[in-house]
Design a protein around this ligand. Structure first.
Ligand code: KG4
Ligand code: ZN
Length: 339
């Protein structure tokens, strides 16, 4: 007798991307994302506007994900959604939508931790990491080194004590007059420059990170240089970007190397929006080759926020019957717990 397939609709709405994906038996059939351009003019995500945009977008995006996959609502086995961490107003939209739809269809609900989902993005395509595996998850809101012992057991080995790496890129980009999010633009501009400015690397014990000192150091550097040379930022933009990027990437890589040494694990991945950074990818590849790691980088489309990663996490949770009931609520500060 053929076993019934597991077909999941997954929804991601933790920040400023509304996304829906259909995952059948652990394979992505669709993964659609609607980006909210409205925040660009404010230089950062405006939580109230993000929530309103999710309201507008969620139905068309879910509809498109279903159409794109050729799956109908009646074929769904479960609804997965991002419970947190993220912006409360944004999470509320996805959570309420998922709960309502699951109730109407009488199918289980699966609550997913956004940070676990970034790690699980490695299990969308082949080759998949062997377990145990360590992953550097770097996004606009988080910077963590996570130990994955099984698909259901994750442990945070190190985390940022203040700003996330992506936040450092974005805030420093703002000083440089770049649009939000500045990470991709700094990446592009850095490729045209040289890392000539020796910004001090933050020193934090163990596997934790800190980026707020770098932000302040760049701010004072720019202030002092602009006093002497008013056109300093425009004249040296490429080198400033390369120096900032180099400092952030070196800090990330140092801690990742340390995590591998401490755990003895050589299955190593990077995930999250900042893992799209070309310099980080290059350094990760070269360090990995030097240290005999097997390295994993999710396909670019699965690095930034997307519902595909929520879908793959939901699939594994489904296999282990990790369901939520209708009393589940969004949690902006949801901690990463063993699944
Ligand atoms: O994971 P993500 O899409 O959303 C969050 O959960 O935060 O990550 C977005 C972050 C932003 O801070 C953005 O500037 C950064 O990822 N980012 C990059 C690059 N692409 C995205 N940072 C550096 N270089 C990039 N190429
Ligand atoms: Zn994210």
């Amino acid at each position: 007798m053929a076993t019934k397939s597991i077909t999941i609709l997954a929804i991601e709405s933790s920040c400023d991307d509304t996304s829906a994906s259909i995952v059948r038996d652990g394979r992505l059939l669709s993964n659609l994302i609607s980006n909210q351009d409205i925040h660009r003019q404010y230089g950062g995500v405006v939580p109230e506007l993000a929530s309103r945009e999710h309201h507008k977008e969620i139905l068309p995006v879910v509809d498109a994900a279903l159409k794109h996959s050729g799956v109908s609502l009646t074929e769904l086995s479960a609804i997965g959604f991002t419970q947190g961490p993220g912006l409360l107003g944004s999470l509320l939209v996805g959570t309420a939508f998922a709960k309502g739809l699951a109730w109407c269809l009488n199918v289980p609900l699966i609550a997913v931790n956004h940070m676990e989902a970034h790690v699980m993005a490695h299990f969308i395509d082949d080759p998949k990491p062997q377990l145990p595996f360590i992953c550097l998850t770097v996004s606009g809101g988080h910077t963590q080194i996570v130990l994955i012992e099984s698909h259901y057991k994750m442990q945070v080995l190190g985390t940022t004590r203040d700003d996330a790496a992506g936040e450092a890129f974005d805030k420093i980009g703002k000083f440089l007059g770049l649009d939000y999010p500045a990470g991709p633009e700094i990446d592009r501009l850095a490729a045209l420059g040289k890392a000539t400015i020796p910004f001090t690397k933050p020193s934090v014990d163990g596997l934790d990170f800190s980026f707020s000192g770098l932000k302040t150091a760049v701010m004072y550097h720019l202030r002092d240089q602009v006093l002497a040379e008013p056109n300093y930022i425009q004249a040296h933009l490429h080198d400033i970007c390369a120096s900032v990027q180099d400092t952030i990437v070196e800090v990330l890589m140092e801690k990742l190397v340390k995590a591998s040494e401490v755990t003895g694990i050589k299955e190593v991945g990077i995930a999250g929006g900042v893992s799209a950074n070309s310099h980080l990818r290059k350094r990760f590849e070269s360090q990995g080759a030097r240290l005999g790691w097997r390295i994993y980088i999710p396909d670019f489309q699965y690095c930034t926020d997307n519902a595909g990663m929520i879908g793959i996490t939901s699939h594994y949770k489904f296999l282990h019957q990790k369901f939520s009931d209708q009393s589940v609520t969004p949690d902006p500060r949801l901690k990463m717990m063993p699944l």
